[in-house]
Design a protein around this ligand. Sequence first.
Ligand code: ZN
Ligand code: ZN
Ligand code: ZN
Length: 140
Amino acid sequence: MERNTRQREAVLAAIEHAGRALTPGEILALAQGKVASLNLSTIYRHINALQDEARIVKVLLPGHAARFEAACGGDESEHDHHGGAAHHHHHFHCHGCDRVYALHACPGSMQDLAPAGFVVSAHEITLRGLCADCSARRAT
Ligand SMILES: [Zn+2]
Ligand SMILES: [Zn+2]
Ligand SMILES: [Zn+2]
């Protein structure tokens, strides 16, 4: 049981410190440095438990395997979410390193984009391009 707790702590720490959405393989690579007994099947078990506890959330981008990121806490000060509805944010997918970063901002409901009479209830936005590391690398 204690081993279980240490594993879960390592998985959560890896996701929280990464500051971006991680695939299970990336989580394993990061967490295994701390707890060598981890493997992909234990990673999935801990991911499921951490999702149940609402500590992490699943990020699904079309055409990509599921990734996981730390749940945004109740601290709205670091967010600029319009509408004040349920917390949500968007993502940036770097096509240089294939990493996915959370964007803690939202342009609003974009009701204006919908034809007259349509009611927008949700949207998903994924920006694509190069992250700071990749664009700096490309410039040299
Ligand atoms: Zn990149
Ligand atoms: Zn957020
Ligand atoms: Zn939004």
